[in-house]
Structures are given as C-alpha cells and as structure tokens.
Design a protein around this ligand. Structure first.
Ligand code: GLP
Length: 236
C-alpha cells in the first residue's frame, strides 16, 4: 500500500488529480471508477482545468460510478448522477453516453445490480477506482456488515451514514434510506485503487481501515488485500 499524508485539501486534490490524469494519458480509452461525496470535488475541479487547458483528453474515456441513492431521478440535485454531471461530466469532453451510474430508480435493484456488474465486465473491468471513505468505513455504500458483498446490490443505509449525508439535503428526512452500490468484486477487481480521505474526523476510521484487522465491520479494510492501492490522507 502506498499511504501518502498531505497537509491540505488542495494538495490531496492535486495528487489525486495527477494520478487520474496519468491513467488517462497512459491509456486514453481507460475505464475510470468514480466516486461522489465532498472529498473528490477538488480532484474533479483540477481534472476539469487540466482538460480545459488541453493537458488531458476525456473523449475516449468511459466511467462507472460507485453508487446511487434509491428513488432519486437523475434530475434530482441530490442524486449522484446529477452530482457527476455538475462536478465533472459537464466540464470535460467526455461522451456522456460513456458515463455510467447505477440506476437508483430501476424497478428491480437486484436486476439493476446484475446489469451493472455485466456492464463493468464487458468494459474489461476498471483501470482505476477512486474512493472516499465514510465515517463508519463504508466504501461506495458498502456498509459495515457480517460479510463482504461481492455483487452490485441494494443496501439499507446506516443511521450514521444518513446523519453524515444529511448536510447535503434540506432535512434529514429527505435523505433516502436505501441505495445501490457496486460490491467488492468490481472494486477489488480494479487494476488500481485510489482512496482519498480528508479531515480530522476521518483519522480514526482511516487507521482502522488500513492498519487494523480486515473485517466486514470496516468495509474499507478489504483494500489491504488489493495489490495496488494508494491512500491520500489529509488530517487538517
Ligand atoms: C457517501 C458516498 C461515498 C463517500 C462517502 C464519504 O456516503 N456514498 O462514496 O465516500 O459519502 O463522503 P465525504 O467524502 O463527503 O466524506
């Protein structure tokens, strides 16, 4: 594992953007696994700037996002599809048809999970997967559990996740209670994993995840088994 500590959110974002940009430069038709939440916003801003400056080209890139809230349509400003369009896809020259987010409004989320896993397989897997980490150690929306789940699946969100994500909604009652998330098979199958964690409140969970036992009670701890994982942590 490559564990990098930086002293500002700007430095974290720059390092993460440089790693993703390198992937795009080395393989222009790469498959990027992308994440939402507040942590990657700075990374996406830098990538958009690099693209506007002609330093990177997204025209052949395909993307697959980790997760989506159940029941939120793409035009809902709290949906992860909306987030991605706003923070990255509308600002770079990616073909929107090549951007994929699980459909949280699919009538059958189990079938949607199967479709999503088949799609990732058809694409040849993920070249680099960007991840944040939840305060309870979740990656994507893989919440602490008795076991790791391999497939893309629907999940009931933990109270702590609902509380943590309430800051993005008008009220906590508006936070969906369910979501669909990529499972560990696609995440761990990515050729490279890049996890970014920002803030003092993430310190304890980052320590548990990367220096504690591998357990489904701390979902991110499974990444200790991945052979190419970079963690960028900023405590400030
Ligand atoms: C959400 C997302 C995760 C993300 C996490 C942390 O729950 N599903 O993919 O990593 O939030 O978010 P933040 O970066 O805002 O702390």
């Amino acid at each position: 594992m490559n564990f990098i500590t930086v002293d500002s959110y700007e430095a974290l974002s720059k390092k993460a953007a440089d790693i993703i940009a390198s992937q795009i430069i080395l393989k222009k038709d790469c498959v990027l696994g992308l994440a939402t939440g507040s942590s990657p916003v700075g990374t996406y801003e830098i990538l958009a700037k690099m693209c506007a400056d002609g330093k990177i080209d997204f025209s052949c890139v395909t993307s697959v996002n980790l997760d989506e809230y159940a029941g939120l349509t793409p035009d809902n400003d709290q949906s992860y599809r909306y987030f991605m369009n706003k923070n990255l896809f509308s600002k770079v020259n990616i073909d929107i048809a090549k951007t994929h987010v699980p459909d949280g409004c699919a009538p059958d989320l189990t079938k949607e999970g199967e479709r999503y896993d088949a799609l990732i397989e058809e694409l040849g897997g993920i070249d680099i997967q960007l991840l944040g980490i939840g305060l309870d150690g979740h990656i994507g929306f893989n919440e602490p559990d008795e076991f790791f789940t391999a497939e893309t699946h629907s999940v009931k969100l933990d109270e702590s996740t609902i509380e943590a994500n309430a800051r993005f909604f008008e009220s906590i009652d508006d936070v969906p209670r369910e979501a669909i998330t990529m499972g560990m098979k696609s995440i761990m199958g990515a050729k490279k994993v890049l996890l970014i964690a920002n803030g003092k409140n993430k310190k304890e969970i980052v320590e548990k995840a990367f220096f504690g036992p591998i357990t489904p009670k701390v979902p991110a701890s499974i990444l200790q088994l991945h052979k190419d994982v970079t963690v960028i942590f900023c405590e400030n």
